[in-house]
Design a protein around this ligand. Structure first.
Ligand code: CUA
Length: 443
C-alpha cells in the first residue's frame, strides 16, 4: 500500500470516529435531544433505549464476529474439492431456536415493564392539562383553574402533569423531547400521557413539536413548555385567570404566599416589541413603534410571566419574513381604538378574549392574555408588535395555508387568490397598528 493511500484510509477512519463522538455527545448544547431526559417518564424511555442498544450491540458484535471468522476460516482454497454436504442437524436447529428465544426474553422483559409504566394512569392529584391539536396550533386548557391558553404551557416542577390529548381535525402528535413523549393526538379518541418535570429544571424553557405530518404547516405547529417553581406557577395562574384588561397596572399575589420582589407585577418598563431574534426591516419599524405606544397606554401584567430576556436562543423563533410583505413606517397604535376595531371586525368570529364580550370565537387561539406569550403563530415568530402587525396583515404569507384570513387592505390572499377589498373588511395599516397596540397590551 502506498503511503498516501494509507494516509487517506487513516483520515477516513478518523472522520468516522469524529462523527461517532459527535453523535454520542448530545447534551444541553442540543436542546431537542431525547438522550438527556428531565422527567420520570423520559428516564423510563431512556432506560429502555440504553438497555436495548447495549443488548443489540452485543448481538451485533457476536454475530458479525462469527460471520467474519467463518468467511475467512472456511473460504475456498486452491485445489479444494467440494466439501461434505450435510442436511439437517437437530443440535443446530435447537441451538438457533433457543438462542433468539433467550435474547427475546432479555428484550421483552424491560420493554413490557416500560410499556406498563408509561401507559399507567397518572397519580391522583396530578395537574390536568387538556391538549387539543388544531391545524396548526395547540390549545391548552387547565380545567382545575379555568385557564385557556395557546402554544405555551407553564408547569410547576416536581408535580406530575397529566395531558389529555385530543384533536380537532386530523392526527397530530405531541412531543417535548427533553421532557417526555411522544404520543399521538387522534380524532375521536382520547389519549393520555403524564410526566413529572424534575425539580432541578425550574426556570427553563423546552421546545415542543407536532411530530405527525398534518398538512402544509405541520412544521409550524410548535409549542413551548416553561418549567417554573410552584410559586411562579401560582402567580402565573392567578394572572391568567383574570379577564383581559389594559389601561391600569394591577398586581395579583399568588395564592401560595407572598410574592418575591422579582415576581411582583412590574409596571410596563419595556416595550413588548423589540424582537430579539431578528432585525426587522425598515418597513417593520413603524409597527415596532406602535408597541411603544401600546406600552404608554398601560399594559397590565397581573401574574408571573417567564422573562423574555431569559428565554434561551433555541426557544426563540428565527423564521424569515416574506420579502414582499411591508408595513407603513412611523405609525402609532392606540389600544382603545384597537379594541373597537377588533370587536367590530372578523377577528371576533374566531378568537375569544375573556373580558371582551364581543370576542367569543373558538376556531382560533384564545387571545385573553396573548401579550404574555413569547411567540405567535404556534412558535413561528417572536411575539413582538412588528411581527404581529405583519401577521394580521397577511398571515397566509407568514405561515402557509393558515386558516387565519388575510386582513390587510389590498393584500393578496394566497389561498383565495384574490386581493382583500374594503368591502371585504380589509384593514388599513393604521387600523392594524391599533389592533396590535390592543393585543400587545393584553398581558
Ligand atoms: Cu400537527 Cu403535524
Amino acid at each position: 500500500m502506498k503511503g498516501s493511500d494509507r494516509l487517506r484510509r487513516l483520515a477516513s477512519y478518523a472522520f468516522v470516529a469524529a462523527l461517532v463522538v459527535a453523535a454520542v455527545s448530545c447534551n444541553e448544547a442540543h436542546p431537542n435531544t431525547t438522550l438527556v431526559p428531565h422527567s420520570d417518564l423520559g428516564r423510563e424511555i431512556d432506560f429502555l433505549w440504553d438497555r436495548l442498544l447495549l443488548l443489540g450491540t452485543i448481538v451485533f458484535i457476536l454475530v458479525e464476529g462469527i460471520l467474519v471468522y467463518i468467511v475467512f476460516r472456511y473460504r475456498r482454497r486452491e485445489n479444494q474439492g467440494t466439501p461434505p454436504q450435510t442436511h439437517g442437524s437437530t443440535k443446530l436447529e435447537i441451538a438457533w431456536t433457543l438462542i433468539p428465544a433467550v435474547i427475546l426474553v432479555f428484550i421483552a422483559v424491560p420493554t413490557v415493564r416500560t410499556i406498563f409504566i408509561t401507559q399507567a394512569q397518572a397519580a391522583p392529584g396530578s395537574l390536568s392539562i387538556e391538549v387539543t391539536g388544531h391545524q396548526w396550533w395547540w390549545e391548552f386548557k387547565y380545567p382545575e383553574y379555568g385557564v385557556t391558553t395557546a402554544n405555551e404551557i407553564y408547569l410547576p416542577v416536581g408535580r406530575t402533569v397529566n395531558f389529555r390529548l385530543r384533536s380537532a381535525d386530523v392526527i397530530h402528535s405531541f412531543w417535548t423531547p427533553q421532557l417526555g413523549g411522544k404520543r399521538d393526538v387522534v380524532t375521536n379518541r382520547t389519549n393520555y400521557m403524564w410526566y413529572t418535570p424534575d425539580t432541578s429544571i425550574s426556570s427553563n424553557v423546552w421546545n415542543g413539536f407536532c411530530v405527525e405530518y398534518c398538512g402544509a404547516s405541520h412544521a409550524n405547529m410548535r409549542f413551548r413548555v416553561f418549567t417554573v417553581s410552584q410559586q411562579q406557577f401560582d402567580s402565573w395562574v392567578a394572572g391568567q385567570k383574570l379577564p383581559a384588561r389594559f389601561g391600569a397596572v394591577a398586581s395579583v399575589a399568588p395564592s401560595g404566599g407572598p410574592v418575591p420582589p422579582s415576581l411582583a407585577a412590574p409596571a410596563v418598563t419595556t416595550p413588548p416589541g423589540a424582537p430579539r431574534a431578528a432585525t426587522p426591516s425598515a418597513a417593520l419599524a413603524g409597527a415596532a413603534q406602535s408597541s411603544v405606544a401600546a406600552a404608554s397606554t398601560g399594559a397590565v401584567q397581573a401574574g408571573y410571566i417567564f422573562p423574555r430576556e431569559k428565554i434561551p436562543e433555541y426557544a426563540v423563533p428565527h423564521s424569515p419574513i416574506p420579502p414582499d410583505l411591508k408595513f407603513t413606517a412611523g405609525l402609532t397604535g392606540n389600544a382603545a381604538r384597537g379594541k373597537q376595531i377588533f370587536s367590530s371586525s372578523a377577528c371576533i368570529g374566531c378568537h375569544s378574549i375573556a373580558g371582551n364580550p364581543a370576542a367569543m370565537g373558538v376556531t382560533g387561539p384564545n387571545l385573553t392574555h396573548v401579550g404574555s406569550r413569547s411567540t405567535i403563530a404556534a412558535g413561528r415568530f417572536p411575539n413582538a408588535a412588528a411581527y404581529l402587525a405583519l401577521w394580521i396583515k397577511n398571515a397566509r404569507k407568514m405561515k402557509p395555508e393558515v386558516i387565519m384570513p388575510t386582513l390587510g387592505l389590498d393584500e393578496y390572499d394566497p389561498v383565495l387568490k384574490a386581493k382583500v377589498t374594503a368591502a371585504g373588511g380589509g384593514l388599513t395599516d393604521q387600523q392594524i397598528a391599533d389592533i396590535v397596540a390592543y393585543l400587545t397590551a393584553l398581558k
